[in-house]
Design a protein around this ligand. Structure first.
Ligand SMILES: Nc1ncnc2c1ncn2[C@@H]1O[C@H](COP(=O)(O)OP(=O)(O)OP(=O)(O)O)[C@@H](O)[C@H]1O
Ligand SMILES: [Mg+2]
Length: 450
């Protein structure tokens, strides 16, 4: 790889991210860093200050780190690119093979090449994590990461779901798992269903990728060819925000008619022989996520159990932080929001905030819970209203007596609430998880009850 190829490669990644090509100073930073020049030298050449050069460098390393899924900085820039062994190709329009594939991250890994040759696949690794978050702070979740490793790396379960309430940390957990295990998969593709959800386009895009073409792609249907890829390469495919595929306003986990093809794909992935893994991240469970081979159907996330998340946020009274974590159910989104509020309006004094015993629903928490509430079926809404306005958990009989629902509707509502991780079932009685109960009591009940 020569410096021109490096510049073309970086320019393409930066253009995909920012819509702008490298300017003169950025070009000088990349060129100089590749040639192991100091920021001082580069600054002198460009007639700008060293501080300006290090700011420009910082932004470039951020973009490259996110695009390549690796922590890149000036000191490891050249060695990382050489290790990733990005190849140029004369036959390719843009003189660099990565340019064939839009902004997807694509690189050849010498380590995997022998294995892939064995499978009649070009000697490449393909990691497309463009739509996955970059993790800069990650706390707790040791047992969840162990469990995920066990399901995927030890037991090789083909389809595993990571489930739980909005903001609880599902996406972060899966991305962390990937960051720790990048080298275990030849192909990693992250698909965010909130951004686009046409399965056909997704599969066509993957199969059109030169690096993923196998010599044994002879089947006519693209679905078959996709399954063929899962057989011949060790792939990890992640579908994030799977709840987007389900009908809102009806019982949980029912596919919208236009997304039935996902349902078929999930079933095929569970029932066909292959060496790959699919992770589904969702706020809502569907029957395709059930796993007969495991004691659990998926990995259901509860809140964080650490005060680390509150560090460096300008808070005082560390001895009370655990109380704050518990008050906000360990939900990192709620905690980050309340921390900022306490910093701004209580001078960071957690004790003062807790002493006020104030209403605990933050704006973001209310917004997220409203979205969740709006997805419920009318029958579920009746059930949650009855439970949240009662001062004790209710039995099925008590619910039946207080509601105008058939037994069938009541059972289906309870089942559906369970599939949304909202219901607690203790010794024959039903309750709602605290955060949602609080929301219904404080926000919904006053609006709908006479
Ligand atoms: N383990 C963690 N350590 C530190 N921060 C975390 C952790 N998990 C989550 N967060 C923080 O919480 C935020 C929300 O997490 P995440 O996006 O993973 O939630 P989610 O469960 O996927 O929510 P949704 O269902 O709405 O997509 C993250 O952006 C991050 O700031
Ligand atoms: Mg998410």
């Amino acid at each position: 790889m020569n410096v021109n190829e490096v510049l073309q490669f970086v320019d393409k990644l930066v253009f995909d991210r920012t819509g702008k090509h490298l300017d003169d100073v950025q070009t000088a930073v990349i060129e100089g860093s590749w040639q192991k020049q100091t920021y001082d030298d580069i600054a002198k050449k460009c007639f700008v200050s060293k501080n300006h050069i290090s700011d420009v460098g910082y932004q470039l390393w951020q973009i490259l780190s996110e695009e390549l899924g690796e922590d890149l900085k000036k000191s490891n820039f050249r060695s990382s690119l050489e290790r990733l062994n990005i190849k140029s190709s004369d036959s390719c329009q843009n003189n660099c093979s990565i340019f064939n594939f839009g902004s997807q991250n694509l690189y050849n890994s010498p380590q995997n090449s022998q294995e892939t040759d064995k499978n009649n696949i070009t000697n490449s690794c393909y990691h497309n994590l463009k739509f996955a978050p970059k993790i800069t702070r990650f706390f707790d979740r040791h047992s969840e990461l162990d469990q995920l490793s066990d399901f995927i790396l030890n037991k090789n379960i083909p389809l595993i779901s990571v489930l739980g309430l909005s903001g609880i940390g599902k996406t972060y957990l899966v991305k962390r798992f990937i960051d720790l295990n990048l080298d275990k998969f030849e192909v990693i593709i992250w698909k965010d269903l909130q951004l686009s959800n046409c399965l056909g386009e997704f599969i066509t895009e993957i199969l059109a990728n030169e690096q993923l073409k196998t010599t044994n792609l002879i089947k006519t249907s693209s679905r078959e060819n996709f399954l063929n890829l899962l057989q011949s390469k060790k792939c990890l495919i992640i579908f994030d925000n799977v709840e987007e595929l389900f009908i809102s306003g009806q019982f949980a986990g029912q596919f919208k008619p236009e997304y039935k093809e996902y349902q078929e794909l999930f079933t095929r992935i569970k029932t066909t022989e292959h060496q790959s893994n699919l992770i589904l991240i969702s706020q809502e469970q569907c029957s395709e996520m059930l796993n007969e081979n495991l004691e659990v159907d998926g990995l259901e996330l509860g809140g964080l159990n650490t005060i680390e998340i509150l560090k460096n946020l300008g808070l005082q009274d560390e001895e009370c932080w655990l109380n704050l974590v518990n008050l906000y159910w360990g939900n990192p989104v709620y905690l980050q929001e309340i921390a900022s509020l306490i910093k701004d309006f209580y001078d960071g004094k957690v004790k003062d905030f807790l002493a006020e015993n104030t209403s605990i629903l933050t704006t973001e928490a209310s917004r997220m819970l409203a979205l969740l509430y709006n997805r419920l079926s009318p029958q579920e809404k009746e059930v949650i209203l009855a439970i949240s306005t009662s001062n004790k958990p209710l039995s099925k009989e008590e619910l039946k007596n207080s509601l105008n629902l058939s037994s069938w509707d009541l059972i289906n509502s309870l089942k559906s609430l369970k599939l949304r991780f909202l219901l607690i079932h203790i010794k024959g009685n039903f309750d709602l998880i605290r955060v949602f109960k609080e929301y219904v009591k404080v926000v919904v009940a006053p609006l709908v009850l006479p």
